[in-house]
Design a protein around this ligand. Structure first.
Ligand code: NAP
Length: 259
């Protein structure tokens, strides 16, 4: 019998590469699950040949579709998707527009979850790597209330409105109440997506959570960050492998934290 996959996005470096390394040293690897490590450039994925490596650009719906079609044709099951790939905006980052940021941080995880839903079957997990920077406390009270129980379609509409506001430099949006930092907004939207998916899919036995890795020493976090990549990868790996995980929560250090 073929073992179900744990899929990791953005496995070329940083927390994603470390998640793959920790999964490959887990006692259940090749006993209970296989690893499907993905990155834009699959030659940058490390580890042994026993890890399946796949070129995936999460900002491209076609690229996600191609992975989903392959797994469907193979009749493969997915035990967990770890939506780790992420980008920051501005400074030295090649990402300068909110539209491009949201394609990676919000739409990528959304496409992957939706397109792989048939493979997740009962008991599958979706683990979104989010950030404390996306907490609801960074939104206005009204926006936070609206995001608490929003469905995916209404959330997509708000995301489009936010992107228009940021990328067209409209100086003031009196209604939206989202953080002006698009990274924070994208992670807040990702958390709202996690809650929406939890409400929509938990009856089918699918578990959806968000995880904050903390401030981690990677290209994104910088060398002054307080945590090692080992520590940053610990909770995502735990969320994918622990025998039972409560759906619909935001976790850091294996503990539930406020949305
Ligand atoms: N570091 C922190 O302090 C911190 C804190 C909170 C949350 N996070 C979150 O943790 C996750 C990992 O961050 P990190 O610190 O490891 O960042 P990183 O070192 O900058 O690595 C980012 C990863 O995302 C990949 N990626 C970017 N765009 C992609 C795309 N379109 N398709 C597929 N992969 C793509 C990169 O691949 P390439 O090599 O191809 O560019 C790389 O593997 C992110 O979601 C981030 O927001 C990080």
């Amino acid at each position: 019998m073929k073992l179900p996959y744990i899929i990791v996005t953005g496995s070329s470096r940083g927390i994603g590469a470390e998640i793959v390394r920790q999964l490959a040293s887990h006692k259940s690897w090749n006993q209970e699950f296989q690893i499907l490590a993905t990155a834009r450039d699959k030659s940058k994925i490390g580890g042994s040949d026993a890890i399946r490596k796949w070129a995936l650009d999460v900002a491209s719906a076609e690229s996600v579709e191609s992975l989903a079609a392959t797994l469907s044709n193979e009749g493969a099951a997915v035990r967990a998707i770890i939506n780790n790939a992420g980008v920051y905006i501005g400074g030295r980052s090649p990402i300068q527009k909110a539209e491009d940021l949201f394609r990676v941080n919000y739409h990528g995880p959304r496409w992957l979850s939706n397109m792989l839903l048939p493979q997740l079957a009962t008991g599958g997990r979706i683990i979104h790597i989010s950030s404390g920077m996306g907490e609801l406390s960074g939104f206005s009270k009204e926006a936070a209330r609206q995001l608490q129980n929003i469905d995916e379609q209404a959330l997509n509409e708000l995301v489009e409105r936010y992107i228009e506001w940021k990328d067209q430099s409209i100086s003031h949006d009196p209604i939206l109440g989202w953080p002006s930092n698009p990274y924070s907004a994208s992670k807040g939207a990702l958390n709202a997506l996690a809650r929406a998916q939890h409400r929509a899919w938990s009856e089918r036995g699918i578990c959806v959570v968000s995880v904050c890795p903390g401030w981690v020493r990677t290209d994104m976090g910088g060398s002054g960050a307080s945590r090692s990549v080992e520590k940053g990868a610990e909770t995502p790996v735990w969320a994918a492998t622990t025998p039972s995980l409560e759906s619909g929560h935001f976790y850091r250090d294996m503990q539930i934290i406020p949305w």
